[in-house]
Design a protein around this ligand. Structure first.
Ligand SMILES: Nc1ncnc2c1ncn2[C@@H]1O[C@H](COP(=O)(O)OP(=O)(O)O)[C@@H](O)[C@H]1O
Ligand SMILES: [Mg+2]
Length: 330
């Protein structure tokens, strides 16, 4: 038996990116589909953080939206605490919705500028009927502001009166207001300055310990993920190419793409080692490369790579999809 709170099985999402019908007929074009998420599976244990990393366009936000039920999957299944998510069932979604929340990248876009902070934070409580008396809501808002390091007097201000970091604190308080167990954090600090980033990440870790929260933490930045994740999944063109325990991924990356991402991480130990930039361009996801989709950028590619699709092979703490790893070449 696994004690997974969240379980994602073979999740796939395609988007129809065809031109309008008339243009297609005139230009004799086929319909075009983009596979933004390709057969992704992972589990998140209660109280843990699972991180998804990948370059822009690798499918991170699409996965996040499916996991919280904002976007239907094309295929695959998502389980929350043993219950399969079913967007067409209001009974199922009604019982699940208050148990998870999402924090977005931009605290500017996600907070309604016309509402006072009190109403922004209280909105999920009201939506889920967690509190019914006005006084109860006000007390809870004060508690939440305190929890995220803001003051009770901030409740009557508007979002524009706060800095970026403070706004993200408000977004966190709002996400916590319905007492969720699971929070999906989609690049929660990438719009912030580095010093502010660290404060918000620390706050998120403290809240996790204090409240027993489970996180799906999404970032394009491995150096951020390093401080947050128990387990890490590396995404490339919508597919998970490697999954491993957090420490192990940094100590012993297996997949060539993970190695490339790690080489590009700024030198944290200040050893003076020069880091290399990530090489090559991400291919067009509408017509991805054959075989292993990473092969055009891969320094370890050989005959099999453009011709066959790699299956996951076990690694010390997870798995990797790579023929060079499978054959023990690297
Ligand atoms: N609504 C949509 N319609 C068409 N293509 C989309 C849509 N949403 C995302 N995509 C495409 O899916 C891919 C993954 O996008 P996204 O999940 O936003 O990636 P990330 O968050 O990792 O940057 C990209 O190629 C993006 O252009
Ligand atoms: Mg995104």
């Amino acid at each position: 038996m696994s004690d997974a709170l969240v379980k994602v099985e073979n999740l796939t999402r395609t988007f129809d990116v065809s031109m309008p019908w008339l243009n297609r007929v005139i230009e004799r074009q086929e319909r075009q589909f983009l596979r933004a998420v390709d057969d992704v599976s992972f589990e998140i244990r209660r109280g843990e953080t699972f991180a998804l990393v990948g370059e822009s366009g690798s499918g991170k936000s699409t996965i996040a939206k499916m996991v919280v039920g904002l976007l239907p999957a094309s295929s695959g299944r998502i389980f929350f605490d043993g219950t399969q998510m079913d967007l067409s069932s209001s009974a199922v979604m009604g019982s699940l919705r208050s148990r998870f929340q999402m924090i977005f990248q931009s605290p500017y876009a996600s907070l309604n500028p016309r509402w006072r902070v009190r109403d922004v934070i209280a909105e999920p409580m009201k939506a889920f009927g967690t509190f019914d008396s006005g006084a109860g809501i006000d007390r809870r808002v004060d508690e939440l502001l305190d929890l995220v390091g803001l003051g009770a007097s901030d409740a009557s201000k508007y979002p524009h009166e706060f800095s970026g970091g403070q706004r993200q604190r408000i977004a966190i308080a709002r996400a916590l207001s319905s007492n969720p167990e699971f929070i999906v954090c989609d690049e929660p600090t990438s719009a912030l300055d580095v010093s502010v980033q660290a404060q918000i990440l620390n706050l998120m870790r403290d809240l996790q310990d204090e409240l027993g929260l489970t996180y799906l933490f999404i970032s394009h930045d491995l150096s951020v993920v390093r401080h947050m994740a128990n387990r890490i999944g590396v995404l490339y063109l919508g597919a998970l190419v490697e999954t491993a325990d957090g420490k192990e991924l940094f100590r012993n990356p297996r997949h060539p793409y993970t190695r490339m991402l790690l080489e590009a991480v700024p030198d944290l130990e200040m050893t003076g080692k020069k880091h290399e930039a990530v090489k090559g361009e991400i291919p067009n996801p509408i017509s991805p490369p054959s075989g292993c989709t990473f092969h055009p950028r891969c320094p370890y590619r050989f005959e099999r790579c453009p011709n066959e699709v790699p299956r996951p092979v076990p690694t010390p703490t997870g798995e990797a999809k790579c023929f060079a790893v499978e054959e023990g070449r690297i």
